[in-house]
Structure formats: C-alpha cells, structure tokens
Design a binder for this molecule. Structure first.
Ligand code: NAD
Length: 366
C-alpha cells in the first residue's frame, strides 16, 4: 500500500470504535496471495472462549465491515450469557464476494488465522458460509463448530432455533394475553427460510392462523399449500391485523417506518438485530402497547446447539431440553422490564451483563 493511502486510513476511528463497545481484541487478517481480508472481533471472554460465526459479505468499505463485526460479536456475548452458556462473544467477517473468492487456499488461510488465536475464538457458519467451507477451515484449526453430522457435528441448528423462538413467542403471549395458548391466534411470519419454516410447523400444530411472506414467491405458494396457511405480499405483512408478528428474515425491520403500521400485541422472531434503533424503537413499541421478545434470547437455540457440539458428546434431545429454558427466561425478562420501566431488550442486556460481572468477580477472587 502507498504511504499516501495509509495516511487516509482513519486509525483514530478504529480505536474509537473498538473501545466504544468494550471489545477485548480485534484481529485484522490479510493475505496477499489469496486476497483474504477478514476481521475477527473478540468482545468478551469472561464466561468462556468467544464463539460466533464467520460472515462473508461484499461490504461497501472496511469501516462498514468493522462496524458489523463489532456489533455482531457484542450480540454474541449477550446471547451466550443470557442463555447460561460458558461462552464469550466473538464474530468474524470476511470482506469480499462469496460467489467468486472462496477457494480452498482462501478458506484454509482464514482457518490458520483462527488457529493463531489458540481457541480464544471459535468459529462457525454464518451468512454466505456453507458447511463445505467450514470443512476447509477445519483442516487448519480445531476451533470450529457447527460441522455436518457426517463430520461428527450437530447438524442443522435451525430446528433448535425455531423451537426457542416458538417458546419465546408463547412466553410473550402469556405475558400479554394471560395464556400461552396459540390456538386461533393470528400470526404473521416474515421469511420462511430454515427457521421460519420450522416455526410455521409448530404454529400450525397448535392451530394458529398463520400468514407467511418471503421474497421467493414460489416458496410462499408451496408452503401455503403444504401447511394450509395464507401467503401474503412482502410489504403487506406490516399492515396485517394479527396478534403476533414473527420477523424471521432480516434485521432492522422494527423501525420508524414499520412500527406505526403494526397492529400486533406481540413480536417474537428469529432475525438478529430486529430493532433498528435498540433504544428509540424499543420505547416506541412500549408506547404502542406491543411486547417484544428480545431477539438474542429467543433465537439462541442455534448457539445452544453448537455449544453442545463444542463440549462433545452431542445429544440432540439434551439440546432441545436446554432450549426450553428460553420460555422462563423470556417471561422473567418481560416482568423485569415492566417493573423497571425499561425495554425488554434493555432488561435482557442488564441480566446478561449482571451474569458476566458476577462470574467475572468469582473468577478473580481467591
Ligand atoms: P434463511 O436464509 O434460511 O431464511 C431467510 C428467509 O427470509 C429466506 O427465505 C429469504 O428469502 C427471506 N427473506 C429475505 N428478505 C426478505 C424480505 N425482505 N421479506 C420477506 N422475506 C425475506 O435464514 P434462516 O436460517 O431461516 O434465519 C432467519 C433469520 O434468523 C436470519 O436473520 C438469521 O440471522 C437468524 N438466525 C438464524 C439462526 C439459525 O439457526 N438458522 C439462528 C439465530 C438467528
């Protein structure tokens, strides 16, 4: 890189950002031969090694990638803590086009970077990273989880995630309606991918009246027919007269534009970072009388699944049993939020931080 270009890099901005969210360590990985550019962010390792997936994305610039990895790794710290797991929070992003850049050497080089952290960071699949990619990474490091069942892994985490979302939805329904029975409840599911589809299955079994949408219209048609549910348009989902909205596609769908349109009383879904502005949009939901099940709590089933794989002696039945705790935790958080007049997201973060602080204290005390 030319000196002139180096001068333009905003060094102060990088350290400013890293210190803002309390990260322990951020590793910039570069390999000229393969073109690999990755950032590994370790947010907090008080409870255990930092576990979090690797996301590959064509970020508009490096600062966007840094912001994403810092935000996502902090989320993993809270998710592990609130779920009672002995894990810290971390995440990695690879900058570039997942369709053209992922060669064997590229992925193995990334694996070597993960390995250089000696287990302080454990990686897994995330957006644009497939099981086959993880297998190349695992050739260079044992600090990988979320492998296929054929490779001794726990397999698809989506059914566990969907089960946790379903239980979080029931707990929130209990808080709002006095009963957690979903029979006859009108529920809008946005995104019928891996998690959304399994969620719909649970809801249909309980005789809820389900509406689904997705960008893939043919998928909506096929699932509507398979489950006897109603397919609706992508934008229409926000205006439906429903009891429950389940965002299972993208983040930030709870924002200034959508919240005034919602008629539901409960929001419970799988997507990460559903609130565009955690504080402002969280309080807007309270003002509109809508109860929100914190996303990082109720979608923790996938993390519970890979954590069990990481511990060894993986047992699918135990994993589902552990995910059942989401119901009580969700209810406790909703009560705490009400008592303290804070948002459920703030209450969940408060409980996560409390556990990290308390465990951290006993670990340094003699
Ligand atoms: P997926 O990619 O299989 O499914 C997402 C679905 O949403 C796709 O069918 C996609 O077409 C659809 N979609 C995208 N944009 C949309 C839009 N604007 N409107 C309607 N539909 C749209 O992903 P998944 O594994 O089912 O995960 C769903 C969400 O849950 C993601 O946000 C993911 O990060 C989160 N999550 C998943 C897991 C897991 O175990 N898979 C765990 C935790 C969190």
């Amino acid at each position: 890189m030319e000196i002139k270009e180096l001068e333009r890099v905003e060094y102060a901005g990088v350290f400013g950002k890293v210190s803002q969210l309390g990260h322990e360590q951020v590793v910039f990985c570069y390999d000229e031969a393969t073109g690999l550019k990755a950032i590994i962010a370790i947010h907090n390792t008080v409870l255990g090694p930092a576990l979090g997936g690797t996301r590959m994305w064509n970020y508009a610039n490096e600062h966007e990638a840094l912001t994403d990895v810092l935000r996502l790794s902090r989320g993993m710290t809270y998710k592990a803590s609130i779920s009672g797991l002995n894990l810290g929070g971390g995440k990695a992003v690879i900058i570039g086009d997942a369709k053209t850049m992922k060669t064997e050497a590229f992925l193995r080089r990334f694996g070597k970077f993960v390995n250089s952290l000696n287990g302080k960071y454990i990686t897994a699949e995330d957006v644009n990273m497939k099981t086959a990619d993880m297998e190349y990474i695992s050739m260079e490091t044992k600090h990988v989880t979320g492998l296929s069942e054929a490779r001794g892994g726990g397999g698809d985490p989506s059914p566990v995630t969907a089960y946790g979302v379903y239980l979080g939805m029931k707990a929130t329904t209990k808080k709002v309606f006095g009963s957690d029975n979903l029979e006859g409840k009108k529920i809008a599911v946005q995104g019928v991918g891996q998690v959304g589809m399994y969620l719909v299955e649970h809801l249909v079994k309980e005789n809820a009246k389900v509406f689904i949408t997705d960008i893939h219209e043919e998928k909506v048609k096929a699932l509507a027919q398979k489950f006897g549910v109603t397919g609706v348009g992508q934008d229409e989902i926000y205006d439906l007269d429903v009891d429950i909205y389940a965002p299972c596609a993208l983040g930030a769908t709870l924002n200034d534009a959508t919240i005034p349109r919602l008629k539901c009383r409960v929001i419970a879904g799988a997507a990460n970072n559903q609130l565009k502005d955690e504080v402002k949009n969280g309080y807007q939901l309270i003002d509109r009388g809508i109860a929100y099940a914190p996303d990082f709590l109720i979608n923790a089933g996938g993390l519970i699944n890979v954590y069990n794989e990481f511990l060894g002696n993986y047992n699918r039945k135990n994993v589902f049993e552990q995910a059942e705790k989401i119901y009580d935790t969700c209810l406790n958080i909703l009560h705490l939020a009400e008592r303290e007049k804070i948002t459920s997201q703030e209450a969940a973060i408060k409980l996560s931080e409390k556990r990290i602080e308390e465990v951290g204290r006993i670990r340094i005390s003699r």
